[in-house]
Write a protein that binds this ligand. Structure first.
Ligand code: SF4
Length: 356
């Protein structure tokens, strides 16, 4: 376990400090024991880091000074650096975070009347390369570690006046291609001694990478699942989403059905309306047929043009007609309002401009 943790070389390479951020509770307890401490000390440290957001062992007031000093010699608690913060006229805020290796990622805080949602990233760039996506255009640099995912929550929560109630993995990256770290981050976020966010309030979004999706659906707990469809036939989907070439919609629908049974929840389908590409009534008919019999809701999203990409916003009239065709033929269909358009709200727009 410890060998997998991020380390920091000090004292001319003679001793390495261990980064505690990213350890789950079991690992933290194991780590405490490795220092000759009782296991419950690990739980205390876990709570200070993930519930209180403490970054310095001296702030852990229920742990005695000799133990705190021992911890300071052996370990540290990392934190993302915030390089930019853009506040939209609609109240949403985009954060540009710098990782310890100089790479950048984005998180977006979206306050609404009933909830405060944080959209987090799980990779630097994305290997999926969807044609309409600013992140996809960046290429792929690396997976985020669990600690870097959880830290997006901790950093933003510190600045938010309201408590973050929901987390969606809809920022940079494809969660099913970094599933171990995504699930570990969810475990930490859900822990009663940590942020204690209900699994029902955390949603994993995917374009349907089958291997990861099957694994996730085998044991989803109560985590939410949002599948990005964006097209209701394989031919168009494969043109928009390169990984769709190796996954058919039939297979994805099978997994969606299995998810609803395993999790006891409805699946969500995201459908990005691209002007003149997938927004006709013929497309809506195909969509209704595709999801027939699956307890689900469909979120329609208007595409916001990204500079340099060959897609345009759909006509408003077509958006309404599309929604009205879907509902009541499907369980639920709603138009999700795009947020943060004036602050480059689409994922990857800001990070893609950074020179690392
Ligand atoms: S839409 Fe999602 S999966 Fe596709 S390239 Fe963008 S971040 Fe990756």
């Amino acid at each position: 376990m410890i060998l997998n943790c991020r380390t920091n070389l000090i004292n001319s390479g003679k001793m390495e400090k261990i980064d505690l951020k990213g350890m789950d509770r079991a690992e933290m307890q194991e780590y405490a024991q490795s220092l000759g401490l009782q296991s419950f000390r690990g739980r205390q440290i876990f709570r200070w880091i993930y519930q209180e957001g403490v970054l310095d062992f001296s702030g852990m007031s229920d742990i005695g000074k000799p133990i705190r000093e021992k911890l300071s010699e052996a370990a540290y608690i990392s934190e993302l650096a915030c390089d930019k913060k853009l506040v939209s006229s609609d109240g949403s805020t985009k954060f540009l975070f710098r990782l310890s290796d100089g790479n950048h990622i984005e998180s977006v805080l979206i306050p609404e009347a009933q909830r405060v949602t944080l959209c987090v990233s799980c990779q630097v760039g994305c290997p999926a390369g969807c044609l309409f996506c600013a992140t996809g255009r960046m290429g792929f640099k690396r997976n985020l570690k669990a600690g870097e995912i959880v830290d997006q929550f901790l950093r933003v929560q510190r600045e938010s006046k309201r408590r973050i109630s929901n987390i969606v993995f809809m920022g940079m990256g494809e969660p099913m291609l970094n599933l171990d770290n995504v699930l570990k981050a969810c475990r930490i976020l859900n822990d009663d001694y940590g942020p204690s966010l209900s699994q029902k309030k955390i949603t994993i979004s995917t374009v349907g990478i089958l291997k990861g999706l099957k694994r996730f659906v085998s044991n989803p707990g109560k985590l939410g699942l949002a599948i990005s469809l964006h097209a209701a036939d394989d031919e168009l989907r494969q043109r928009l989403i390169p990984p769709a070439k190796s996954t058919s919609l039939v297979d994805i629908m099978d997994e969606a059905k299995r998810y609803t049974k395993k999790a006891g929840r409805r699946a969500s389908f995201e459908y990005l309306l691209l002007g003149g590409v997938n927004d006709s009534i013929a497309d809506a008919k195909k969509l209704v047929k595709l999801i027939e019999g699956i307890p689900c809701k469909i979120n329609l999203i208007r595409y916001n043009p990204v500079e340099g990409l060959p897609f345009k916003k759909p006509d408003e009239e077509k958006v309404i007609k599309f929604r009205d065709y879907l509902y009541p033929r499907v369980y639920a269909a709603m138009i999700r309002e795009s947020r943060g358009i004036d602050i480059q709200g689409a994922c990857g727009q800001l990070a893609g401009q950074q020179k690392d």
